[in-house]
Design a protein around this ligand. Structure first.
Ligand SMILES: Cc1cc2nc3c(=O)[nH]c(=O)nc-3n(C[C@H](O)[C@H](O)[C@H](O)COP(=O)(O)OP(=O)(O)OC[C@H]3O[C@@H](n4cnc5c(N)ncnc54)[C@H](O)[C@@H]3O)c2cc1C
Length: 222
């Protein structure tokens, strides 16, 4: 563990997702889409590192994490719910497979949004959002992380898919081949994929059927 940091602020952005901002160690360098391992600086938790993605931008003077919590598992994210400003975390090296390679379609399930949130925020900052599109799969509207911000960033290129709720303006069900065919217009663009493994497997199967070039798929399982 390399970097001891203090929590600057901690609070909910949805019913089960926390936004945690911590001091940024000067030597820590990352690009949007990358992650680190977080440990809680408390007895009993020092061996329990879990991977989380930076949702701050490299130029910010803090680090931000956007973390879905699982209180029922008694793991690290349940412990994070007990923390407050001033408490300590330990961060490890930076790693991660997802970085921006060019315009395309981002496909996220739940907390799989986080690398894309960082990338899209960076693109907005550089005025390069262009025709990037986000397909965001969740159970219910209340689970959508930063819905307003993403709508502002992407407009009509922000498409929500809800499996457990039917609402006007929101696709219903799971990400299907038919939806992907409708949403991916340019076969030369990139497909960015991040979410829980069953969702990733299902989407990858559909992409295979659509004969998507595997070299154009940028992915990471959560
Ligand atoms: C590169 C990478 C980046 C990531 N970035 C983020 C991010 O930015 N934000 C985010 O929210 N998540 C992110 N994740 C996912 C995140 O790491 C996990 O959600 C986190 O590790 C969960 O930790 P936990 O200790 O709370 O639970 P776990 O370690 O998953 O579980 C604790 C215990 O609960 C039990 N358990 C495990 N799974 C289940 C289950 N499905 N049902 C019931 N019990 C179970 C097991 O006994 C386990 O030991 C990322 C993952 C990767 C690989």
């Amino acid at each position: 563990m390399k970097y001891p940091v203090k929590i600057r602020s901690i609070g909910h952005v949805t019913h089960d997702v926390l936004r945690i901002r911590v001091d940024k160690p000067e030597e820590l360098v990352y690009v949007p889409g990358q992650a680190t391992e977080i440990f809680i600086d408390r007895e009993g938790w020092l061996e329990e590192g879990r991977p989380f993605t930076f949702t701050s931008l490299p130029d910010d003077d803090y680090l931000e994490f956007t973390i879905k919590t699982y209180p029922e598992r008694n793991g690290v994210t349940a412990q994070l719910l007990q923390l407050q400003a001033g408490d300590g975390l330990l961060l490890n090296d930076v790693f991660g497979e997802i970085t921006y390679k060019g315009e395309g379609t981002f496909i996220a399930g739940g907390a799989g949004l986080t690398p894309f949130l960082a990338i899209l925020r960076q693109l907005e900052k550089e005025h390069h959002i262009e025709n990037n599109r986000l397909l965001f799969a969740n159970k219910r509207k209340a689970d959508i992380i930063h819905e307003e911000e993403l709508r502002r960033l992407l407009g009509a290129n922000f498409v929500n898919i809800l499996s457990d709720e039917t609402l006007p303006g929101y696709e219903h069900g799971y990400i299907s081949g038919a939806l992907l065919r409708r949403m991916i217009s340019d076969s030369n663009s990139y497909i960015y994929l991040c979410g829980p493994p069953p969702m990733m497997d299902a989407v990858e199967r559909e992409l295979q059927v659509l004969k998507t070039d595997p070299g154009r798929i940028v992915k990471e399982g959560f």
